[in-house]
Each structure stands twice: as structure tokens, then as C-alpha cells.
Design a protein around this ligand. Structure first.
Ligand code: ATP
Length: 851
């Protein structure tokens, strides 16, 4: 327990897994927490005066438990026994060999290989310019950037951190799912960070990476990240690659909500439903899967880069055979990126090095399938696939065909690779041979036909004689062990050979380890070349996936331009389309330009308004990741941001009302959208009283039209909004068509110019299974309202007063009174007539008090 306390004191914020024999034990608070998280039994152990809570997990199942602990956001310190208990004097020496944290995981089998695992550190001014450093320690990827505090949430949504490293005195950013780790503010010092990074990268200045004075906060964050890493993995240098620096104008900003609304990586209905990524991800390697995910979350704004990607995709769309052959070749590749990092951090196993060898062997075949000059992106990928002939030859010579998963679990090196290893192996085999011959010899000498040579883990080699032959045992046999049916003996000769075997094995193990480490170091030396190749494979795999999707589902290459306009001919929603039978999705045309920049989209419930909105957002996004798009033709003016506002449901738990959430989001859009943005609004204003809602919706639309001038689609049930077209020249009206058949409505899902005339809300209510009596009553009420000429205040009643307005019309008496007032010609009244009228009004007011 003293030992445990000392180790725990050094890792107070980690759950300490303390190795005791075949178990990892947790004590005290760790035990309570661990037992709850892992759903294992909590017991206690007598600890002198008190009883200590205790919970343990079997050592062989460590991986599965670690996975659960990390998923729960827990930091775990693993403590091992550092000596063989059989040989230890006193208490076995123990040490923490590894600390795992959700954002710092290197161990095999714990990470999802199809997505990056990000640790993000923040530094600078929490209310001003915030620097961020985002690293995937399993791949060595490092991205640095600076963002305004207001845009931090968007950056974090894109980076999807598993863990966030913050200075101790910082406020916690809102809505992040990551584990928060805090360290002293002094760890985030820009000057210390600069010299530390220069030392690690072996450079005199960070300017070569594109890091100038403006990036100081980002450098500070990177410094903290490196320091934190060193704290977790003592003695293992962080495998960081040269940083990628992001500038604000590089990527299309997608706030967390838009990322969710467009269902980029996860469907709104839950992780089991198809997302856009699920439709696109036809990658064959982990590198490709991670690359595609990164592209999808960070669409680009530079046309040149996008055209390069599109050229690469187009190349494969046009060449089915090449594409299929390459996808087949990639399917056999391991995660070269993580393998290279494992080599660099001294964790690669014999099997891993075998995998590096086999991967290198495939490079020439893959490179040969790629063009040498055009498209440039493909030529660059081809050039990056350096097959490292020397390293490959070395690995091929050294390693057996199928190296074991770990050292000591079988032969690693080929015979002939190293004479010393061969000699030791020979010595061991000779000794084993000798023992086999010894058995024959002793049988002959003693005349005991069942005599055999055996091996016991504790007692070593022995000669075994069954009871029946006990009296034939010669005098030079020394007795060792008595069993039920037999006895075991040794001879000096046997002992001598045993010593030879043991020694040969020990030396073999040491030498094999030495040789293996040397070989691993050679691979580590080549890590940066391997990582570049891994990047190229990732890109290649992603292009192939996009080409595969484009070919399979009939996407076309978008025409990108820097102008304003957006034109989509026969566009489809890539995800909705997949959920419907082939050909069932009705394609639609969409066109927005400077003179038609705000579309008011009306249509009955269920007609497909949201689908149109999300289709437009998704097609623009696909174009800006360099993908083909689901349309017959698309011309896309590049956007700087995509905003979406569709039904709010998910922030209710955070204590905000539906309408408050809606307005907060709308405010953010009006403040940050530019004339280069794409704004997609679904039913603004419906969360409040009808007239308030309509007023807000109208004012928002006017502001977007007059001031922001962004490309906007505004889907609404407020028929009144369509009147905006009369006074705003840039407003166009779209509606989703339906056809009435007798008393039924058929949804055509077809977009056409104009405004919808009816909501068909009752029809949808009927379809949804509202009781027939309720539907009938609603029909009657609607007819009554329409007969009285009350303009329906809204096509879909939203708040309480809307219900009042529509269901309690003005009583006829008051109506008549109002009518009289309207027709009154005041200047013709005498003072007496005026007084009489006033009395009459006052009396009426009293009479109708309750109306
Ligand atoms: P509400 O006003 O009630 O929110 P909406 O007009 O926004 O409805 P959507 O949610 O977009 O309607 O679409 C309703 C359903 O209609 C979708 O789930 C989809 O299955 C189908 N749908 C929409 N658009 C199309 C289309 N173009 N082709 C085929 N089916 C479509």
C-alpha cells in the first residue's frame, strides 16, 4: 500500500491500475469510480486498522477495460511489476509505465482507425485571439491556427477533440464533448514554446513553417501540448510532424449546428442512421477514411486547390478499371501512418515491421497505376510513394514471412540474416537434439522402454520413470519429484545440457531484442518518408472513394467560380436519395444569382422544403471539398460560410426555450454572414405567437436581402412572407408542388416558381393518423374560418395566441360595431351625437367584457 500511495501521489488525476499478479487492482476512490464505470464488483480489503475499497480487472482483459475507461473520458495510469516476483527480494518493484488519456492514446486496439483522435490545446487570450494546436498523437499530425473567441466553437466542432488542454484559469468552452484537462498557465508560455519547438524540429526559426508573430498563441498552445505529452509518456519524444498552419480564409466555416444539420458525419436521428460521410466513405484504408472525414469537416475556399482535387477525382471517374484495380490494391494496406509513428515511438512490434515491409512492396505497383505528370495532384502522390528500396531490402532479408505479434512469441529473423543469431539457434537445437537422443540412449542403458525426457516450468528438464520400473533406475540418477504414477530424476549430464539450452535461449532473446530494436530504429529513421507516403495514400484513397461514389450514383463535376451565382440542374440530396428506391427521388433545379439572391420557399407540410434546403447546402459543401455532386449540372460560386437554421430540438436540455434557441442562432447568422455566404433558414419565427413570428421572420428576411445580401433560401409556412417579393427586387418565390386528387393530396416534391396556396396541414394530420373525428372537426373549423373571410394567420399555428386568433373569431356584435365605426364620418357629427355615440360604445364595451 505504501508503494501504491507513492505512485498515486504522482498521478493524482489518473485512475491507477496497479498490477498485482494476474490482476490490475484499483484502491480507494479509484476502486469506487472504476467499479461504477466498468460495472465490476467493488469489494474491500483488510488494511490494518481500516478496510480499503478494492476492485480488480484480469490482466488479459486490460484492452477492453481501457477502451471503456477512455470512452468515459478517464485518464488511466498503468502500473506494472518491474521484476520477476520469483526473484524479487521483498516487495516487487512497480512503476507506472504509461499514462493514457482520451486525447493521448498510442496503445494498439484502443482507437477507431477510421477517424483521427485529436488532442487540442488552447492558449492566448480567452476573450480575444485564441491559438489552437491540434494533434493526433497516433499519426503525428499537428495543425496550428488562431481564431477569434467568437469562432472558437466552430473550430472545435470541426476538430472534434477527444481531449482539450486548457490553462488552469481559463473558462470552459461551451458545448464541447471532450475531456477537459487543465495545466498551470505557465505551461502555455509562448517564449518557452518557441524555443522548445525549434529544438524539437531542429530549426533556427519557426518562420519556415509559416509561423509568424500572429501565430504566437498557436505556438504557445503547441508548446503546452508537447509538454503535456512528455508528462504522459516519459522518455518518448512526441512523434510530431511539421505543423500545418491554418489561416482564417482557408476553410469554409461550418458551425457545430450546420455540421449537424447537414448530417455530415452523423445523422440527426442517431449514429445508426446514414450520414453524408457514410454515403461517401468508400475508402479502403484507415488513412483514406481519416482524410475524407477531415475534408468533409473542413471544406475549402481556394478554387485552385479544389480544382486539383476535382482533377484527381475526375481522372478516376473516367477510368473504371484503374480505379477498381487501385481500390483492390489499397484494400490490402495496413495503417502505414500509425505504423510509422509506432516505429518512431519505439512501439512497433515484429508484426508491424513485417507490415511496413509488405506495404513498401506494394508501392511500385500502386505508383505505376498513377500518371507521372497530369493531373498534378496524382503525380505528386505518385512521387510521394517512395518504395525505400534499401529499407525494404533490409526488412525483406531480416524478417520471416509472418513475424509474430510480439517478441519472444516465435522466430522473428530469417536464418542467414545474422550469423550470431544462427549460431545461438543452432546451439539450442543441438541441445534439444541431444536430449532426444539421450532418451533413446537411456532407454537402452536402463532397459526401461517407457523412460522419457520431459520439461517442467519450475524444475526444468527431467527423466521420467514409471513406478513399475522403479528398481531399474541406475545409481547416477538423482531423485527430483514423485508423482502418483511416476518419479522424476536428473543426471549431471542432463543438467549440463539444460544449462546450455537455458543460456542459449536467454542470449537468443537478448540478441533478438537488440537486433529487433536496431531494425525498428532503421524504420524510425525513415518515418518521415513513410508518413509522406501514408499521406499520399490517404489522399489517393479519398479521391478514389469520391470517384467511386460519383461513378456509382451518377454525380457530375461541379463548375466552380468566384462569382456569386449558384445554379443546380436536376439536383438530388445524396443521403435522402439513398434511402429511397432507385429513381424515386425527384430531382430539382435551383438558381440563385445577384438579382435573385433570396428565395422564399413555401409548400405544404411534407412536400420536401427541408430536403431542398439541405440538398443545396450539401451540394455546395460537396463541391467545396472537391467532390462531384449529385446533379446533372452544377455551377457553384464559392462560399465563405454555410449557415443553416432548421428546427431546434437539441438545446432544450441546456435550459433554453425553442424560440430562444432559434433567435440566438438567427442572431449569430445575421451578425456573421457575408454576401459570400450561403444561408439556409427553415421556418424562422414559428416558435412564438403568429404575428410576432411573422414580424420577426419578415424583418430577418429583409435584413438578409437588403444588408447582408447573402445567397439565402428561406423556407416558411408564413404565406404572408411571399409578399416581400413585391417590394424586394432580389426576392424570388419558390414552392414545392402538390396535386389535389379528390379529397387527397399527392406530394410531387417538385420545385416550381411561385407561392404555395394552401398548407394541407389537415391532410398531413390525417396521414399521421389523427382520430377521424378530430380531422373532421378541424376541416369544419377551417371551412368556417375561410367562409368568414378571416385570413388564416399562419399556415401552421405555432404559439398560443395563434390558436386564439384562429379559433375565436370576433363575435358578430362587435363586428357590427366596428363596421359602424369604420363608416363613421366624424366631421359630420354634432357634439351631442358624438357624446351619445361614446356612451353607446362604453356600454357595448361593458356588455362584451368577456369576449
Ligand atoms: P415540413 O414542412 O412538415 O417540415 P418539409 O416540406 O420540410 O415538411 P421534408 O422534410 O423536406 O418536407 O420532406 C418530407 C419527406 O418527403 C422526406 O422525408 C422525403 O422522404 C420526401 N421527399 C422530400 N423531397 C423529396 C424528393 N425530391 N423526392 C422524393 N422524395 C422526397
Amino acid at each position: 500500500m505504501q508503494q501504491w500511495r507513492a505512485l498515486k501521489a504522482r498521478h493524482p488525476d489518473a485512475l491507477l491500475l496497479f498490477r498485482v499478479g494476474d490482476f490490475y487492482e484499483m484502491f480507494y476512490d479509484d476502486a469506487v469510480r472504476g467499479a461504477e464505470l466498468l460495472q465490476i464488483t467493488l469489494t474491500s480489503r483488510n488494511n490494518g486498522s481500516s478496510r480499503a475499497p478494492l476492485a480488480g480487472i484480469p490482466a488479459h482483459a486490460l484492452g477492453a477495460y481501457l477502451k471503456r475507461l477512455l470512452a468515459a473520458g478517464v485518464r488511466v495510469a498503468i502500473c506494472e511489476q518491474m521484476e520477476d516476483p520469483a526473484q524479487a527480494k521483498g516487495v516487487v518493484r512497480r512503476e507506472v509505465v504509461e499514462v493514457l488519456s482520451p486525447g493521448a492514446v498510442l496503445r494498439d486496439g484502443l482507437l477507431d482507425e477510421r477517424r483521427p483522435n485529436h488532442l487540442v490545446a488552447l492558449a492566448g487570450d480567452p476573450h480575444g485571439g485564441i491559438g489552437y494546436a491540434c494533434a493526433d498523437l497516433s499519426t503525428g499530425d499537428l495543425t496550428l491556427g488562431v481564431t477569434e473567441a467568437a469562432a472558437l466553437a466552430d473550430v472545435l466542432a470541426r476538430l472534434e477533440p477527444a481531449e482539450l488542454l486548457l490553462p488552469a484559469d481559463w473558462p470552459e468552452p461551451e458545448n464541447v464533448r471532450a475531456t477537459i484537462t487543465r495545466r498551470a498557465a505557465s505551461l502555455f508560455d509562448p517564449a518557452v514554446a518557441t524555443s522548445e519547438l525549434m529544438r524539437r524540429y531542429g530549426v533556427q526559426s519557426l518562420a519556415g513553417f509559416g509561423l509568424g508573430p500572429g501565430e504566437r498563441p498557436a505556438v504557445a498552445a503547441a508548446g503546452a501540448l508537447v509538454a503535456y505529452w512528455s508528462e504522459l509518456l516519459v522518455g518518448v519524444a512526441p512523434p510530431l510532424r511539421p505543423p500545418r498552419v491554418e489561416r482564417p480564409g482557408d476553410v469554409v466555416t461550418l458551425d457545430a449546428r450546420t455540421q449537424r444539420n447537414l448530417e455530415l458525419v452523423e445523422a440527426l436521428a442517431g449514429p445508426d442512421r446514414p450520414s453524408l460521410l457514410r454515403v461517401l466513405d468508400r475508402t479502403r484504408t484507415p488513412m483514406g477514411a481519416r482524410t475524407l472525414r477531415r475534408w468533409l469537416l473542413a471544406p475549402l475556399r481556394q478554387r485552385r486547390t479544389l480544382e486539383e482535387r476535382l482533377d484527381a477525382v475526375a481522372y478516376f471517374v473516367e477510368r473504371d478499371t484503374v480505379r477498381h484495380a487501385l481500390q483492390r490494391a489499397l484494400a490490402k494496406l495496413p495503417d502505414l501512418e500509425r505504423l510509422a509513428v509506432k516505429a518512431r515511438t519505439g512501439r512497433a512490434t515484429p508484426r508491424d515491421l513485417g507490415a511496413v515491409r509488405d506495404t513498401l512492396a506494394r508501392f511500385p505497383e500502386i505508383a505505376a497505376a498513377l500518371p507521372a505528370d497530369q493531373p498534378a495532384a496524382l503525380a505528386a502522390a505518385r512521387a510521394a510513394l517512395d518504395p525505400l528500396p534499401e529499407l525494404h531490402a533490409r526488412l525483406a532479408q531480416a524478417l520471416v514471412d509472418e513475424p509474430p505479434p510480439h517478441l519472444g512469441e516465435g522466430a522473428v529473423f530469417r536464418p542467414g540474416f545474422d550469423p550470431e543469431l544462427d549460431a545461438l539457434r543452432q546451439a539450442r537445437e543441438d541441445a534439444v537434439d541431444f536430449l532426444a537422443r539421450l532418451q533413446e540412449r537411456e532407454r537402452a542403458r536402463t532397459g526401461i522402454p517407457s523412460l522419457k525426457v520431459g520439461f517442467h516450468r519450475v524444475f526444468g528438464y527431467y527423466l521420467e520413470v514409471t513406478r513399475a520400473h522403479r528398481d531399474r533406475v541406475p545409481p547416477d540418477y538423482e531423485h527430483r519429484q514423485t508423482l502418483a504414477q511416476a518419479e522424476r530424476f536428473v543426471t549431471p549430464e542432463l543438467k549440463a545440457w539444460e544449462a546450455k539450452i537455458v543460456e542459449a535461449e536467454a542470449r537468443l532473446a537478448t540478441l533478438e531484442q537488440e537486433r529487433f530494436q536496431a531494425l525498428r530504429a532503421e524504420v524510425a529513421e525513415a518515418a518521415s518518408t513513410l508518413l509522406q507516403a501514408a499521406d499520399a495514400l490517404g489522399r489517393l484513397d479519398a479521391w478514389l472513394a469520391l470517384a467511386d461514389v460519383a461513378g456509382r450514383y451518377g454525380y457530375t463535376r461541379p463548375y466552380l467560380h468566384d462569382g456569386f451565382g449558384l445554379r443546380i440542374r436536376a439536383g438530388r440530396h445524396p443521403v435522402v436519395e439513398r434511402a429511397l428506391p432507385p429513381g424515386a427521388f425527384i430531382p430539382n433545379d435551383v438558381e440563385l444569382d445577384e438579382n435573385r439572391r433570396l428565395a422564399i420557399l413555401t409548400g405544404p407540410n411534407m412536400a420536401g422544403k427541408s430536403t431542398v434546403l439541405r440538398m443545396v447546402g450539401t451540394i455546395v459543401l460537396l463541391a467545396q471539398i472537391g467532390s462531384f455532386v449529385p446533379a446533372e449540372e452544377a455551377s457553384v460560386g464559392l462560399v465563405d460560410r454555410i449557415f443553416t437554421r432548421v428546427g431546434a430540438t437539441d438545446d432544450l436540455a441546456a435550459g433554453q426555450s425553442t424560440f430562444m434557441v432559434e433567435m440566438t442562432e438567427t442572431a449569430a447568422i445575421l451578425h456573421s454572414a457575408t454576401d459570400r455566404s450561403l444561408v439556409l433558414l427553415d421556418e424562422i419565427g414559428r416558435g412564438t405567437a403568429t404575428w410576432d413570428g411573422l414580424a420577426v421572420a419578415t424583418a430577418v428576411a429583409e435584413h438578409l436581402h437588403d444588408i447582408v445580401r447573402a445567397k439565402t433560401i428561406f423556407a416558411t409556412h408564413y404565406h404572408e412572407l411571399t409578399r416581400l417579393a413585391e417590394r424586394c427586387p432580389g426576392v424570388v418565390l419558390w414552392r414545392v408542388a402538390v396535386r389535389e386528387e379528390q379529397d387527397r393530396v399527392v406530394f410531387l416534391h417538385r420545385l416550381e416558381p411561385g407561392a404555395a396556396d394552401r398548407a394541407y396541414g389537415i391532410e398531413v394530420a390525417r396521414l399521421a393518423g389523427l382520430p377521424a373525428a378530430v380531422v373532421e372537426r378541424a376541416r369544419a373549423l377551417l371551412q368556417e374560418l375561410e367562409r368568414r373571410g378571416h385570413e388564416p394567420p399562419a399556415r401552421r399555428a405555432g404559439g398560443e395566441s395563434a390558436v386564439q386568433l384562429s379559433l375565436f373569431p370576433v363575435p358578430p356584435e362587435i363586428d357590427a360595431l366596428l363596421d359602424r365605426l369604420r363608416r363613421l364620418e366624424i366631421h359630420q357629427l354634432t357634439p351631442l351625437q358624438a357624446l351619445l355615440l361614446l356612451a353607446e360604445l362604453s356600454e357595448a364595451a361593458r356588455r362584451y367584457r368577456d369576449v
